[in-house]
Design a protein around this ligand. Sequence first.
Ligand code: PMP
Ligand code: GLN
Length: 390
Amino acid sequence: MHKIIPTLSTTGLSSKLPNVGTTIFTVMSKLATETGAINLSQGFPGFDCSPELVSLVEYYLRNGFNQYAPMTGVPALRESLAQKTFEQYNVAYDPDTEVTVTSGATEAIFAALTAVIRPGDEVLVFEPAYDSYVPAIELNGGVPIYVTLTPPDYAIDWQRVAEKITDKTRLVLVNTPHNPTGHVWTRNDLNQLADLIRDRDIWIVSDEVYEHILFDGRVHHSLMTHPELQERTFVVGSFGKTFHVTGWKIGYCLAPMELTTEFRKIHQYLTFSTVTPIQYALADYLKQPDHYRKLPDFYQRKRDLFLDGLRGSRFTFTPAEGSFFQTVSYAAITDEPDYDLAIRLTKEIGVASIPVSVFYNRKNDYQILRFCFAKDDAILQEAAERLSRL
Ligand code: PMP
Ligand code: GLN
């Protein structure tokens, strides 16, 4: 069983999120630390960012860039982002009116959802879903409507999606490349979505934080590259994944002016602005595309190293298409619930993972664990070796 213990109130305050407890990422990372296990659970790189980026931050820290940034983000970073986006996707966003820097993708997702959702609105969510989505929908009075994706390929059945769209549907939440499954949207997925929402008042929040991490020659089909979708989409990104700096919590939102205007009204009172010296550093660093162009090769090698290590084992898998997560099935090994197995593997063989059932509304257990392979090679090899003993 998946054991989330809701926080009990002693003051009579009734919880707005009664089913929310400590996130699985915190639970598993803590257990990994306590037991000394290899931590392939929470998604963060096990290696440092580039010294050049650190030097840039240091420069701005030491040279007086330490007061509030503009509410929308420092102009240099918004300009770098607009330029990079144009070079990569051939889509022009105005840095003044259509690009906003946020305190992580998490804030951008929350602000975008809040800008759109009114009480009673239905929001389509593909599950397994990243854990911040549903609480953000519910806090805004929205109703999550789940489209369930299943292993091994987690492909979207568009007929099923069509059946879920009603007059109340106000928003679709997209995440490609997908956490936790590594599934990646195709051009056809974009076209199917466009067909379904045409002539309806439906907006889109597209979480594309893994936009630079795709494998086997795949291309990232950002929702902004489909003109009809672009008009209605808040595209969310994060520097955490791209530059190995998850602890810096800087993300951004790209959206047409009308949408950005509403987005900024929320962002203005959620955080107002985001850490200043790092924004200047990122503005400079972003100008060198090599830093993110080498990511597919860098992570594909790690994915393959980990999977090569598992090939002799009884785990089965389809190689991840993108992201830095690999899901594996343990159906041939044991009948245990995935949550119990993740705990047991952490304690007994010293490898921490995430049970994928936690990303499903009804905790569907398909006997799948998620491993983060953004780790040093020796760690990945050691983890695979330990897992192969099962
Ligand atoms: N969306 C997805 C799919 C993620 O995996 C993560 C973090 N790992 C986030 C959003 C949050 O990004 P940030 O840390 O920039 O808030
Ligand atoms: N996004 C990371 C993951 O999926 C975790 C982020 C967090 O701990 N909230 O593992």
